[in-house]
Design a protein around this ligand. Structure first.
Ligand code: EPU
Length: 421
């Protein structure tokens, strides 16, 4: 298994381009299942999760043609196998995003029920309840969600759905199911994440009628069919935030291009609270770090509040900042697994339930650490860039799932980082 070897202590400086967003690309790839013609996508990041999703829809009968490094054309006209097998779903929970589109377009779907994962139990009952409200008959048999449009019905029917909690992929699944349903659907308590908006924009360009994406009430008027379209996937706000944190923690000065700060208000506000200067341009963000950061307390919550996907990276900032930060994780019940690894690098962190108390130290010492999930791995990379001496990060396949060209981008910013086999 590959590992990352980092020689810490160099402030990051320079300019890199931000990639397309993983969490926008994944649902948009699934949106191709709804179409009657080919969907042409650009700015699709080259990531393990994207390849897994492409393999998944390919084995369903979608023709996948790559165009250059970040383009892909998806032709769903041969779709004949509405199955998401266990072997694929177990490696990527986002596979559940095929359920809504398959039901809407194909009338049936068999999708392995995702199990828990490192960061929490992550049930999907809201996806299922919403689809049932639209007339789907759903049974869980032998670990599979077996769903079909109700007997005698031609397709799904519009419904008013209020989800019990804000769920990002739940909102996306229901929105995709509703675009071909008969009549109107209203999703209340909808996720407002920018990735939901990007998916809605792609669906609208395919002929869907959707309003309110980006608010907590999304209205969808079902249409008979969706046509092909072209769509550029939005820039990755979490990748952006991760590099900004890496620049901040190392005392660097970095400019990120191909991204605007509009989706990053909560993150940028907190970075400014640490003492960093952040300059927002139309299509770029620059961060300049002070000599020593000030600790910042955070509480994760659905968008537009502070994202859970940035909590681990901010912990890496707080472990070297001046003062004590209180970090509260409200989305996932087990998302502090990076803390014990950061402690191996010399961090002072105490965990009490969903709250971490982090007291900054002037320095960290390199050590061997183990990555446990995608964002935890990113936090260890940031800490390794700060730590004195060598840090070896094991199990970096998590990083390959969500960061395009991570070590190349960091090396371009002057980091001493390399992948060892
Ligand atoms: N939840 C339920 N029941 C449901 C659905 C969700 O109890 O039916 C709970 C979850 O267990 C969690 C909370 O609701 O406690 C929110 O989960 P959500 O459904 O919003 O998460 P998700 O859609 O599975 C997406 C991202 C995650 C990101 C979360 C929160 C994708 C593919 N994944 O997951 O991204 O952390 O939203 O913003 O969009 C990552 O990129 O590293 C990542 C984990």
């Amino acid at each position: 298994m590959d590992k990352l070897l980092i020689q810490g202590g160099t402030p990051l400086s320079g300019e890199i381009a931000v990639s397309g967003a993983k969490n926008a690309a994944l649902p948009i790839l699934c949106a191709s299942l709804l179409s009657s013609d080919a969907l042409q996508l650009s700015n699709v990041p080259q990531l393990r999760d994207v390849s897994t999703m492409l393999r998944l829809i390919e084995q369903m009968g979608v023709k996948v043609t790559r165009e250059g490094a970040n383009g892909v054309v998806l032709d769903p006209r041969g779709l004949n196998n509405p199955l998401a097998p266990y072997d694929m779903v177990k490696t990527m929970r986002a596979s559940i995003l095929v359920l809504g589109p398959l039901l809407a377009r194909h009338g049936e779907a068999k999708v392995s029920l995702p199990g828990g994962c490192a960061i929490g139990a992550r049930p999907v009952e809201q996806h299922l309840k919403g689809l049932q409200a639209m007339g789907a008959e759903i049974q869980v048999e032998h670990g599979y969600i077996c769903a079909r449009v109700g007997a005698g019905a031609h397709g799904l029917k519009g419904a008013c759905i209020v989800t019990d909690m804000v769920t990002v992929t739940g909102t996306e699944n229901l929105m995709m199911a509703a675009v071909l349903a008969e009549g109107d659907t209203i999703i209340e308590n909808a996720a407002r994440e920018p990735e939901v908006v990007d998916l809605a924009n792609c669906l609208i360009s395919m002929g869907a009628q959707i309003s309110g994406a980006g608010t907590d009430k999304i209205r969808i008027r079902g249409v008979e069919r969706l046509h092909g379209a072209t769509h550029a996937v939005m820039a990755d706000r979490i990748e952006t935030g991760t590099y900004l944190c890496a620049a901040a923690a190392t005392g660097g000065d970095v400019r990120l291009t191909g991204v605007s700060s509009t989706c990053l208000d909560a993150v940028i506000d907190k970075l400014m609270d640490t003492g960093c200067e952040v300059f927002s341009e139309r299509d770029a963000i620059r961060l300049k770090a002070p000599a020593r950061l000030t600790a910042v307390s955070i509480r994760t919550a659905p968008y537009p509040a502070f994202p859970t996907d940035m909590q681990a990276q901010f912990m890496a900032i707080n472990v070297v900042a001046e003062g004590t930060a209180v970090m509260r994780e409200t989305i996932f019940e087990n998302r502090f697994m990076h803390a014990v690894e950061l402690i191996r690098l010399g961090a002072d962190i105490k965990i009490d339930g969903n709250t971490a108390f982090v007291t900054g130290r002037p320095k960290l010492d390199g050590a061997t650490v183990m990555a446990t999930d995608l964002r935890a791995s990113a936090s260890l990379v940031i800490a390794g860039l700060v730590a004195q001496g060598e840090t070896l990060i094991e199990r970096i396949y998590h990083l390959d799932r969500g960061y395009e060209g991570l070590e190349q981008k960091l090396a371009a910013l002057g980091a001493n980082i390399r992948r060892v086999k």
